[in-house]
Design a binder for this molecule. Structure first.
Ligand SMILES: Cc1ncc(COP(=O)(O)O)c(C=O)c1O
Length: 369
């Protein structure tokens, strides 16, 4: 089979993207005011089954806006999973506060709800959970803890558009949800983000803060220090077109995940991120753990690369990064420590054909020998 190079998560533009972007250019509405921003927000809120969706420049500032809305300050602590992308911890640091790390659940690799109460202190203000690689966190026990200790609960759903927890869309379960629309996400705007919430006051504050803090009723009156964290009409035009096709995008991810599960099951040493009974996984990344008796991950990745297949190592957990490792007892994170060096993300673009998936699976089975 004559293979093209298979990239890890190429976006697919199969809807009205070009038409809507051309409309922005034709009408000259290219900055952050325009009908596509309004419509993308409205439709995304509808999709997530929430009252408010507020667009912003990327998933990192979506998290920062969430922390600002809760007035996180130096001296405060916010609980985050150690196994995540760095933005989840950095948004706490941007506010001068301290992220407190919690180890992963051994099955899903998400934050382990059983470990959260142990790290709550008088300084704790809230919890950020992350639906890692698209698998929803077990939210009910964490909602209970948050209520008991009067903590906010933010869902970092950057990787989990369309995933569901007990039939509810992620981003609608906690107090605030945040999303990324980076080019490798399930739907993209190039760079972009969204904050979702059912809370009218939080929504009003976040909307004001992302637009330089301007008073919504008085132009050029700035009663607070705000930010320019806005999404452009061009980005929203792409986002709206992508959102119109989200059922297709999520169905492709499901098809791809089923294909991998079926083909890779011949080697039970390869552990694929499972789908728990309470969850509908969005399968942003198809993630596997190599077993200890397989060649080292870097060798497997090089071999795959030589076959024209891009793979990705798992994230480094936060407690090993230079700016966060101080004062961390490294042995407090046995699960994250045991997965991050063995984990591999496989290609998951919605454009992958079944023949390409067969080729990736055959290649992986050969490369781990
Ligand atoms: C879990 C998680 N949170 C936040 C982000 C940040 O999103 P962005 O790259 O749009 O700033 C990402 C990006 O991949 C992510 O994976």
């Amino acid at each position: 089979m004559n293979q093209r190079r298979i990239s890890i998560a190429a976006p697919v533009f199969c809807g009205n993207e070009k038409k809507y972007v051309n409309d922005c250019l034709d009408t000259t509405w290219v900055s952050s005011i325009g009908k596509y921003v309004d419509e993308f927000e409205y439709k995304f809120a509808e999709f997530c089954q929430v009252k408010h969706a507020i667009s912003c420049s990327n998933g990192t500032v979506a998290l920062h806006l969430a922390m600002l809305a809760y007035d996180i300050k130096p001296g405060d602590e916010v609980i985050v999973p150690t196994f995540t992308y760095v933005a989840t911890a950095n948004c706490v640091k941007y506010c001068g506060a301290t992220p407190i790390f919690v180890d992963s659940d051994p099955e899903t690799w998400n934050i382990n709800p059983k470990l959260i109460e142990k790290v709550i202190s008088p300084k704790t203000k809230g919890i950020i959970v992350v639906h890692i690689y698209g698998h929803p966190v077990d939210m009910d026990p964490i909602i209970k803890i948050a209520k008991k200790h009067h903590l906010f609960l933010v869902e970092d759903a950057a990787e989990a558009h369309g995933a569901e927890y007990k039939g509810k869309k992620v981003g609608s379960v906690g107090d605030i949800g945040t999303f990324s629309f980076f080019g490798n996400k399930i739907i993209t705007t190039g760079e972009g983000g969204m904050v979702t919430t059912n809370d009218n006051n939080l929504a009003r504050l976040i909307r004001q803060m992302k637009g330089q803090g301007v008073d919504p009723n008085q132009r050029y009156w700035f009663p607070m220090v705000g930010y320019n964290y806005r999404m452009t009409n061009i980005e929203a035009a792409i986002g709206l077109a992508q959102l119109e096709k989200i059922e297709w995008h999520t169905k492709q991810r499901q098809r791809i995940a089923n294909h991998y599960k079926q083909r890779l099951s011949v080697d039970p040493r390869l552990i694929i991120q499972p789908q728990m009974s309470y969850a509908k996984n969005s399968y942003w990344m198809i993630s596997v753990l190599l077993s200890n008796d397989m060649p080292e991950r870097s060798i497997v990745m090089n071999r795959m690369d030589q076959k024209g297949i891009e793979t990705r190592p798992f994230f480094y957990p936060m407690h090993v990064l230079p700016m966060y490792k101080e004062n961390q007892l490294q042995s407090s994170f046995p699960v994250a420590n045991s997965i991050y060096l063995r984990g591999l993300n496989l290609p998951s673009s919605g454009s992958l054909s079944n023949e390409e998936l067969d080729y990736i699976c055959d290649s992986l089975l050969e490369c781990v020998k």
